[in-house]
Design a protein around this ligand. Structure first.
Ligand code: DGY
Length: 324
């Protein structure tokens, strides 16, 4: 019997090509945007799909998993993060869950460095200034930024992406590196002379630039909260390219308004795609629409991984990116 795959949204065509070449019947959601919960539930009930290619915008919780037909053997998430999926609930039903690690590491790291430089050199503010017709000539005191060379980078979470950010900033800008994580990263310590801090608080107090790279878990929800923001240097910059709810945005707005930190760049938001009131009115905030992994090369590689994970699972082999 031909195996049926449902893709909750169009992703780069490479995934479809690979699946069709493998003889699979692929249905891509005809909707332009994200399927609502009810739409996704009823769509899945319409055909005995063998696999589902999901996105981080699909809430695949226990209820959704229970509603899936018994035929579903794999949920292949088109993202490295999989906080949108209740993995234990999937495993309980014998469904394999996969993600797309590694291929996006350097792309997200590059984007993170770009955001840090944008903040430090006030590039977004300068761009707005010129577009608004305010540029009337060179001014010795106009939009003064801050150097990052030789300063301290603080990583909250030092996995693959955080480590690559550190490599670039340590080698390229001579930044010192301090980090906190659930365990030591010996490779990072060796390559960047990075200092392990036993607590996030230590990192926040010591760093000139804080970059957040933790997965969203119950233990990391609002990890950056009012108390921790208060520990940061007044001159510090904060960047988040991980998951929005790791930062308490109401506390962040307060910290920015009261000058507790110098600026923030966010690629992700607590209530994505909604933005917390006031965030957009503050000049020292740089915002992006969750595009840190969005290069043609990387998004295509992610699509290939989704197809490979589905094919390997449905052919009875081990998916390379199986979440255990
Ligand atoms: C991910 O993969 O988790 C990113 O947030 C989107 O590419």
């Amino acid at each position: 019997m031909t195996k049926k795959i449902f893709m909750t949204r169009r992703i780069p065509v490479r995934a479809e090509e690979m699946l069709r070449d493998a003889g699979y019947d692929v249905t891509v959601s005809a909707k332009e945007g994200v399927l609502t919960r009810d739409e996704l539930k009823s769509t899945l009930a319409q055909a005995p799909y063998d696999g589902v290619a999901s996105l981080l915008t699909d809430a695949i919780d226990a209820d959704m998993i229970a509603a899936m037909p018994a035929s579903v053997k794999i949920i292949a998430n088109y993202a490295v993060g999989y906080n949108n999926i209740d993995v234990p609930a999937a495993h309980e039903r014998g469904i394999v869950v996969t993600n797309t690690p590694d291929v996006l590491t350097s792309t997200v790291a590059e984007h993170t460095v770009a955001l840090i430089l944008t903040l430090a050199s006030r590039i977004a503010e300068g761009d707005r200034f010129v577009r608004e017709g305010k540029f009337v000539g060179w001014d010795p005191l106009l939009l003064l930024g801050t150097d990052i060379k030789g300063k301290t980078l603080g990583l909250v979470g030092a996995g693959r992406i955080g480590s690559e950010v550190a490599e670039v900033l340590h080698r390229g800008f001579g930044m010192k590196v301090v980090y906190s994580d659930v365990k030591n990263n010996e490779a990072l310590e060796a390559s960047c002379n990075a200092k392990f801090c036993a607590t996030h608080e230590e990192v926040l107090a010591e760093a000139d630039v804080v970059s957040v790279h933790v997965p969203l878990l119950p233990t990391t929800h609002h990890l950056i909260n009012a108390e921790r923001l208060a520990l940061m240097k007044k001159s510090a910059l904060l960047v988040n390219t991980s998951r929005g709810p790791v930062v308490d945005e109401v506390a962040l707005v307060e910290a920015l308004k009261s000058g507790l930190i110098r600026g923030v760049a966010l690629d992700v938001f607590e209530f994505e795609p909604k933005i917390t009131a006031d965030l957009l009115d503050l000049p020292n905030v740089v915002v992006n629409p969750h595009i840190a992994s969005a290069t043609e090369e990387t998004r295509t590689k992610m699509a290939e991984m989704v197809a490979t994970n589905i094919i390997e699972t449905l052919e009875g082999r081990n998916a390379p990116n199986k979440i255990v």
